[in-house]
Design a protein around this ligand. Structure first.
Ligand code: UD1
Length: 417
């Protein structure tokens, strides 16, 4: 099993270019199934979650090729309707294939995703929406089956919560449905707009993405497209956190700074100086970080749940008491038990964590519980003078392309074994 050995204490300084967005790449790759031509996707990060998505595309009958960070997908001959349990289990987000497979073949059968490290993650909103689009849904023996032999039709759908995955699945399914679909209370994350841009490049008619009410006028077919995935705002936030917790200064390039608004705001409250240009962000940390009164995770444009753990790690070194409230996922504090091994002083009560800043963290052995929690532990290790060991890092490899190499380029002492 791979591990990171991190000798902390170095201030991270320098410049790096941020990877393409994991959370954009996955739904866009699923949507590429609907194209009758070739999809060329630039800035697609090298991650195990992307590999798992490619395996599913290949299983369904697509031809997929990768050259560096460009993936090409030919889906015209793909006719599969079933995703085996083993492939579904490799990545919880594979439920994003539901809309694409159903729209393409009139049927989809996949195993129920079930809970994961960060919570129960039900998919009722996805299924209710598919029913509104005309699908019959059965859920038996751990398998879900949606059928629409005569095709899907447009519908008015109001989500009771702006779920990112449900919005994406329904946008994909509705793009070739008969008639107009309106999704109200849709998620507004940048990844939703990126998916809409990709679908439109394939010939779909999607408007309102990013504004909370998405309208999709169904078209008969979708053609090939060339698209560049947006930069990963969560990876960017993590590297800003690495500079902040080590007292360093980094410049990140290839970004859309507006996507980082609520993240930058929290670093500024800690006393960091953040300068955003058209496609870069520079963060310089102060001599001493300040605590932040309350950080509350919210759907976009609120503070992202995915950066909650990295920011909590930084707050362990901020003078004073900070409160972090997690409102999106119910089990997203598992990493805190590991963070205290580094000497962090944190108490949790349900969805609230109270962090008392300490002057130093100490090296420790820690086990990664999930993707973003793992990033938080890597940050603690970068701050602690001496050698720390991080195990179970396959979680981190799901979402960070060459984390060790990127941190090393910024001056960290990190070995990957
Ligand atoms: C996506 C992101 C994930 C991010 C999350 C919130 C991807 C691959 N993953 O996950 O990194 O943390 O958005 O920004 O893009 N819910 C229901 N019923 C549903 C669907 C969701 O109750 O049918 C609940 C979930 O349990 C959770 C909340 O809604 O509590 C948010 O989930 P959602 O926005 O759907 O997140 P994902 O799309 O799974």
């Amino acid at each position: 099993m791979s591990r990171y050995l991190i000798r902390g204490g170095n201030k991270l300084c320098g410049t790096c270019t941020v990877q393409g967005s994991k959370n954009s790449s996955l739904p866009i790759l699923a949507a590429s199934l609907l194209s009758d031509g070739e999809t060329v996707l630039h800035n697609c990060p090298m991650l195990s979650d992307v590999d798992a998505t490619v395996k599913i595309l290949t299983f369904l009958g697509c031809e997929v090729q990768r050259k560096g960070d460009t993936l090409s997908v030919r889906a015209a001959a793909a006719s599969g309707s079933e995703i085996p349990d083993g492939l579904m289990r490799e990545m919880r987000s594979s439920v994003i294939f539901m809309g694409a497979v159903l729209a393409k073949t009139g049927r989809v059968r996949l195993s129920t995703p079930g809970g994961c490290e960060i919570g129960l993650r039900p998919i009722d909103l996805h299924l209710d929406g598919m029913r509104k689009l005309g699908a019959a849904v059965t859920d038996e023996g751990g398998f879900l089956e949606c059928t629409a032999p005569k095709g899907l039709h447009g519908a008015q759908i109001t989500l009771s919560f702006p779920s990112v995955g449900a919005t994406e699945n329904l946008m994909i399914a509705a793009s070739t449905a008969d008639g107009v679909t309106r999704i109200s209370n849709a998620a507004r994350e940048p990844e939703i707009s990126d998916l809409a841009d990709f679908l439109n490049a394939m010939g779909a008619h999607v408007t309102g993405a990013g504004e909370g009410c998405v309208t999709i006028e169904g078209v008969k077919k979708l053609h090939g497209a060339v698209h560049t995935v947006i930069p990963d705002r969560i990876a960017a936030g993590t590297y800003l956190a690495a500079a902040a917790i080590t007292g360093g200064s980094v410049e990140l390039n290839g970004l859309i700074p507006a996507h980082l608004g609520p993240i930058i705001d929290v670093f500024e409250q800690m006393g960091c100086v953040v300068t955003a240009k058209s496609d870069s962000v520079r963060l310089s940390s102060p001599r001493e970080l300040r605590a932040v009164r309350t950080v509350r995770t919210m759907p976009y444009p609120g503070f992202p749940t995915d950066i909650q753990a990295p920011v909590t790690a930084v707050l362990t070194r901020a003078r004073g008491t900070s409160v972090v409230i997690e409102t999106i996922f119910e089990s997203r504090f598992k990493y805190i038990g590991e963070l205290v091994r580094f000497g962090a002083q944190i108490r949790t009560d349900g969805r609230m964590a109270v962090i008392q800043g300490v002057e130093k963290l100490f090296p420790a052995h820690a086990e990664t519980p999930d993707l973003r929690g793992g990033a938080a532990l890597a940050l603690a290790a970068l701050s602690a003078e001496g050698e720390s060991e991080l195990t179970n890092i396959r979680h981190i490899e799901r979402g960070y392309q060459d984390l060790a190499g990127t941190l090393r380029a910024l001056g960290a002492d990190v070995a990957y074994e």
